[in-house]
Design a protein around this ligand. Structure first.
Ligand SMILES: NC(=O)c1ccc[n+]([C@@H]2O[C@H](COP(=O)([O-])OP(=O)(O)OC[C@H]3O[C@@H](n4cnc5c(N)ncnc54)[C@H](O)[C@@H]3O)[C@@H](O)[C@H]2O)c1
Length: 440
């Protein structure tokens, strides 16, 4: 069923295909809307949002969906049916039913939007079954798991994409263009992070009612058992593009420090009745975790995880080079020889001049979907990569190395802030791989 909106999406997807990552799409017809058959594992808040965005695209079918929670699963099946597509087959026989789901032979790709600890095991199982993976963001459980992920993608020769929508944000794509065109000179340091007051969400959990083998809500549980940067990829993803990580550059070592843990207890004492079980929780996580990552080409990245204290939300992005600096909190840029004095200029005044070609096209046709339109772009990139049998733009090396920040920061903190070597998850391939993300 094609309505005006899906028709516009089809045109948009096709026209964006060439510029999202032209090396992925250049040899194909922009009118190619061959069916792409996707499955879902996990259709909670985020999975449902991704599903709604994908339902906007013509030629994307959903033969099956897997979730342990009947309410979420049924709502997702209904959404697909209401879009005019056949009702997907349901998989809901417990937390390991995804293994049965992955035996289907009609799925080209799988979107994974489950709690964090499942992401990499589910991705590996999907790759082993020959299904392309688009996986949500989160931490790795261990660096060994990151290696297993890379090996699964390499041995199956199957695409694996991290759904890091921050890379597709309008300001960060314009900034990427500015850096590539030399506006800031040679970049020497980047800063970013996930700075989001999640105290209520962490202490009380999300209330999905699912009791999983780890027990409890994933954010609650991870804050109880880990002292690490457990949400590194939103802050890091766009910076990794700016620094050509895994494509001519790489992370070499990491040092991390954590503050004391006070924010969650303090919030609990002031907001929950004295008989609430949260008063007895132990929190392993320091309120602010700061990691410094050294890069092969001499830059460093300062990454912050700050979710247990009152504050406005921020990604804290800053990119500083020999000729200028961008700062997200100031929403400003300063370019030597162009900006007056030593003052910030509004970033907006540079945005249109340096609008990324992907966004130039996207704005013409109409921005849609979650996260200011970034979700539609990331999912289009995955769908087009499958349709045209090309590599995905944010690939398994990105997913493995970005998520490895969690266990590596955990190790460094446990060692009193000592540097830990960053494993080269590309196994030397970073030396010959070329930057590709969003290059027109
Ligand atoms: N990129 C973004 O901007 C963004 C935004 C929100 C959430 N996320 C990420 O999306 C992921 C999911 O978050 P959420 O908020 O949707 O969580 P959620 O708890 O709402 O949804 C998780 C879903 O997975 C299901 N599930 C759990 N274990 C399962 C299993 N073993 N097999 C099948 N289904 C299982 C649950 O029943 C639930 O429906 C997280 O990794 C989160 O970090 C990303």
């Amino acid at each position: 069923m094609i309505n005006r909106r899906t028709f516009a999406s089809r045109a948009l997807t096709a026209s964006l295909a060439a510029s999202l990552a032209p090396q992925l799409f250049s040899n194909t017809s922009p009118n190619n809307t061959a069916n792409v058959r996707l499955g879902f594992i996990g259709v909670g808040g985020r999975g449902t949002g991704l599903l709604k965005t994908l339902l906007e695209m013509e030629g994307v079918q959903f033969p099956a969906i897997c979730d342990v929670l009947e309410k979420n699963l049924t709502a997702a099946l209904d959404l697909v049916e209401k879009s005019g597509r056949p009702r997907p087959e349901a998989y809901q026989r417990g937390p390991y039913d995804f293994q049965r789901f992955l035996k289907r032979d009609d799925l080209q790709g799988v979107i994974i939007a489950t709690p964090w600890r499942w992401h990499i095991p589910m991705s590996i199982a999907a790759l082993d079954a020959g299904k392309a993976v688009a996986c949500e963001v989160g931490p790795a459980n261990s660096t060994g798991e990151c290696w297993d992920l890379v090996r699964a993608a390499e041995s199956s020769n199957t695409p694996c994409m991290i759904l890091e929508n921050a890379c597709y944000r309008r300001n960060m794509m314009a900034l990427l263009r500015m850096v590539r065109e030399g506006l800031l000179g040679e970049v020497v340091q980047c800063r970013g992070g996930y700075l989001h007051d999640l105290r209520k969400r962490i202490v009380l959990g999300k209330g999905t009612g699912v009791t999983l083998p780890t027990g409890g809500d994933y954010r609650t549980r991870q804050n109880q058992i880990r002292n690490a940067d457990i949400y590194p990829t939103h802050g890091l993803g766009p910076l990794a593009q700016i620094l050509d990580i895994n494509r001519g550059n790489r992370f070499v070592s990491l040092t991390a420090h954590a503050t004391k843990s006070r924010g969650l207890q303090s919030w609990t004492q002031r907001n929950l009745p004295s008989d609430h079980p949260a008063h007895k929780y132990d929190w392993a996580m320091g309120d602010i975790v700061t990691s410094t990552i050294e890069c092969q080409n001499g830059e460093n990245i300062l990454l912050t995880h700050d979710c247990a204290l009152p504050r406005p939300k921020s990604f804290d992005w800053q990119v500083q080079g020999t000729q200028g600096i961008y700062n997200e909190v100031a929403d400003g840029i300063h370019v030597e020889g162009r900006s007056p004095g030593h003052r910030w200029e509004p970033f907006d005044s540079y945005q249109s001049e340096f609008e990324h070609p992907v966004w130039q096209q996207y704005l013409k046709i109409g921005v849609r979907g979650g996260h200011d339109g970034a979700d539609f772009l990331e999912l289009s990139a995955f769908v087009e990569a499958l349709r045209q049998k090309r590599p995905v733009p944010l690939d398994v090396y990105d997913m493995a190395s970005w998520r490895a920040i969690a266990p590596l920061s955990e190790q460094s903190i446990a060692l009193g802030g000592q540097p830990v070597p960053f494993p080269d998850l590309t196994n030397g391939k970073w030396m010959n791989r070329k930057p590709s993300f969003g290059i027109a």
